[in-house]
Design a binder for this molecule. Sequence first.
Ligand code: KIV
Ligand code: NA
Length: 275
Amino acid sequence: MKKLIPDFETMKQAGEKISMLTAYDYPSAKLVEEAGVDTILVGDSLGMVVLGYDSTVPVTMEEMLHHTKAVRRGAPQTFVIADMPFLSYTSSELALLNAGRLIKEGGADAVKLEGGTHVSPIVQALTGAGIPVVGHIGLTPQTAGQMGGFKVQGRDLESARQLIHDAKAIEEAGAFIIVIEAVPRQVAERITTSLKIPTIGIGAGLDCDGQVLVYHDILGLFERFKPKFVKQYAQLGQEVVRAVQSFHKEVKECKFPAEEHTFGLSDAVIQKLYG
Ligand code: KIV
Ligand code: NA
């Protein structure tokens, strides 16, 4: 059963944790849906894990749409959230236009955007127009450069208070979920208990209402770097190399294709063909 927006708040109230995982294309979405994850995020992390960029900054609206459409086709029964890429929500007008495209053309159920108090007018404009919004605070990769790199946020009293303030602003602006990235667990816990909407943590400890990770990270398909908060549940990258090596070797050694992979003619046709 596809989750609906009110279900997430109900889950928080009932103390049922929410699982969120990224997916970027038809096969990954299909597998994530089959596994029964509560909601899929088409993260702009796709820029790094599937397009090979150094950050999420270069990701375009066209790329987000392309991948969101594929995810929707792969996971028709799952609640899908699409990331709004960097600079696609610098004004309410632009945000409405771009979020509208992710929903109407991409087939997303909601959009996610990064930032605290300063983006709350944008969140308000979108939710006011009927577009469900997920917030994202703490380490915000699109502006990580301004933060001095990929660093844990909210470690001192002042920045911890700012994060709590940001979370409240995003909730009041109408967001229905908030992602908290790379924040000390005590700060995430404070935010979680002070909000009505669910918090989804990534590197934010066990007290959040749910957890999100990147598909390629949990499967061992992205080895360029591994943040502390990632848990690898499989090493598929190595598995893929092994399989491809076997194919390569069998081609070289004339072991593939075998009889069972090969089409043949009937004896009657063969006789006439050679006869
Ligand atoms: O782009 C992404 O994958 C994300 C999650 C890591 C929260 O924003
Ligand atoms: Na993202």
